[in-house]
Design a binder for this molecule. Structure first.
Ligand SMILES: Nc1ncnc2c1ncn2[C@@H]1O[C@H](COP(=O)(O)OP(=O)(O)OP(=O)(O)O)[C@@H](O)[C@H]1O
Ligand SMILES: [Mg+2]
Length: 436
């Protein structure tokens, strides 16, 4: 039994996965009203692609998921706005993956998304009053595809039109070309009017491609194949300046919207993140946690907007309390336990880094903190170096010690492609305290 169920929760309140496109995900998204509106506007106005740039763990994928879910829900309940359907999976390009592998995956997932969503919509009474939904659910393609992707749509078929699951066609050839053609036709049929919406697909973590040149090349190949087709609406997400790098490419000009720059939710909202999760996952009146909202805020502040890191460390702390068989239950006892844990983590990360790094690397680290935690290698002079090449080995040492993360990008040298990691912020805490 997980410690959280013993403490009165139905699920881990510190889950670090992106918020899903669901009622629950929507309820747990704190802040972000402006960004949700911004993204929804871009998604509703094609054919340009929406793009989001923001550091790891700030909430890019969650923002997209919830924005799309809210638009979807709005269309179903109100019948206005674009019909945006969240794709059941997010996609990634990575160095080992070809663009055609990606296309195959996309068509298959979009087929699955349309069939599964149709199956759950069939229960919705008002469905036929909504033009796009009626088109979708009444299309004969639905039955054929349901069989092909192996999804059965129980209790569904006759009432809304001619959709009856046909015999499955699951051969590999059909998986690549047959599904693609059916889905394209189907999307063109449902989303016949411009700006009526589409299945929203996310191409996530573009920074995995390391350089914006490589990302650009792949996106150009994908542009006409999957990125700008009617009925598919894409969001490109990435960190470490890669989306800005891609967006500034003349070759993709006119294809992408300017990136939405996402930074962490304000520190003042961090406590709401914890409170909303306790409410959502608590199954008894007063579920127990060994920390208070203010401690979570402190952790979030330390992680400089990286919500994933704050949640993950809050989980580590809670597990360590359970491991120790402790149960601090007054605010004072929780504060003392939390402070002791924070100090021991700080010490642990600092000791590990201290044994790996020399004074020059530490100088680079301190300067990185001084400039706010993110910098471009082209600012080498501020770090006391004569060239990017002279600075680079020290950045590499700091990366190896886990205190910085960077992406190679030779396109635009002013872009901030190096950042302090969560571990780095812990180490900074140690250095600041030692200096006092
Ligand atoms: N606005 C928010 N309110 C509450 N929780 C959030 C919010 N945004 C993100 N989260 C939570 O923070 C964590 C990180 O979110 P998410 O995965 O969306 O970040 P990301 O920017 O996509 O990260 P990565 O760069 O690693 O892909 C998840 O646990 C998610 O549930
Ligand atoms: Mg993400």
């Amino acid at each position: 039994m997980s410690v959280y169920s013993a403490w009165g929760f139905s699920d881990v309140p510190f889950q670090v996965t992106a918020l899903p496109p669901s009622v629950q995900g929507s309820r747990l998204l704190i802040g972000r009203d402006t960004e949700v509106a911004q993204l929804t506007r871009r998604l509703g106005t094609g054919p340009k692609l929406a793009t989001i740039e923001g550091p790891n763990g700030v909430g890019k994928t969650s923002l997209v998921n919830v924005a799309v879910f809210r638009a979807y829900d709005h269309y179903i309940t109100q019948g206005t706005g674009p019909l945006l359907i969240p794709c059941s999976r997010t996609f990634q390009l990575s160095p080992g993956k070809t663009t055609s592998d990606l296309s195959t995956d996309v068509w298959y997932e979009v087929a699955q998304t349309l069939v599964k969503a149709a199956s759950s919509l069939a229960a919705h009474k008002d469905v036929t009053e909504r033009k796009l939904l009626a088109r979708w659910l009444n299309s004969p393609i639905l039955g054929t595809l349901a069989g092909s992707v192996g999804v059965s749509i129980a209790g569904f078929g006759g009432s809304l039109g001619g959709s009856k699951p046909e015999s499955a066609n699951t051969g590999e050839g059909f998986r690549t070309t047959g599904i693609q053609k059916l889905v394209k036709d189907w999307l063109a049929e449902i989303f016949a009017e411009p700006n009526s919406g589409g299945v929203v697909c996310v191409l996530d973590n573009l920074e995995l491609l390391q350089t914006s040149e490589s990302a650009r090349e792949q996106l150009e190949v994908l542009r006409d194949e999957i990125l700008t087709l009617p009925g598919l609406r894409w969001v490109l997400c990435g960190a470490l300046g890669i989306v800005h790098g891609v967006a500034s490419s003349p070759r993709l000009e006119g294809t992408l919207y300017d990136p939405i720059d996402l930074s962490g939710i304000p520190d003042s909202l961090a406590r709401e993140v914890l409170i909303s999760r306790v409410e959502a996952f608590g199954v008894i009146d007063s579920p127990y946690l060994p920390l208070e909202a203010e401690h979570f805020s402190e952790l979030y502040h330390l992680m400089r907007g990286n919500l994933r890191a704050a949640l993950s460390h809050a989980d580590e702390y809670s597990q360590s309390i359970a491991d120790a068989g402790a149960h601090p239950d007054t605010p004072q006892a929780k504060s003392a336990a939390f402070a002791a844990w924070l100090d021991s983590q700080t010490q642990k990360y600092n000791d590990a880094a201290a044994s790996q790094l020399g004074p020059t690397a530490w100088g680079v680290f301190d300067q990185a903190i001084k400039v706010g935690g993110g910098f471009s290698p082209s600012s080498f002079a501020d770090f006391g170096f004569k060239s990017i090449a002279a600075l680079r080995p020290h950045v590499r040492d700091l990366e190896q010690a886990g205190l910085l993360v960077s992406t190679r990008d030779d396109g635009d040298r002013r872009r901030k492609t190096v950042r302090v990691t969560p571990k780095g912020w812990f180490v900074n805490r140690a250095r600041t305290r030692n200096a006092q």
